[in-house]
Design a protein. Sequence first.
Length: 147
Amino acid sequence: MTTRRALLTAAAGWGLGGASAARVHRVQMLNRGPGGAMVFDPAFLRAEIGDLVRFVPTDPGHNAEVIVGLAPTGTPPTRGAMGAVFDLRLERPGLYGVKCAPHFGMGMVALIAVGDVRASRSGFEAGVARLPGLARRRMIEALTRLG
Ligand SMILES: [Cu+2]
């Protein structure tokens, strides 16, 4: 029995090992941080298909959600609850725009670049142009970090 359990544990470990290319990225939701008030930190990150982004609130007044129209085609609408950790699995290549709903008007947005983003860049930039002022400015700033 013990041996069987050990084998199962080992198998589970190998399973995780087999998926070790997938990483977990941690993004904090801050009242104040790099870039000013109401920010995601980091506000820009590069990731690969299959990675997970874990958004962690430092205050119950934040949430994280994918901005409709600013995600790779086929990405379902997805949002975290207020004040809760939100895990976003990155299943498609391209650019993902994320916002905190209560602080969207204050520019609380993040940009995630997954794999090869070239095909999605122009459509994403067209969507960014429709964002409210400070959100647009911060997203454009994040886009400059794509290179
Ligand atoms: Cu917020």
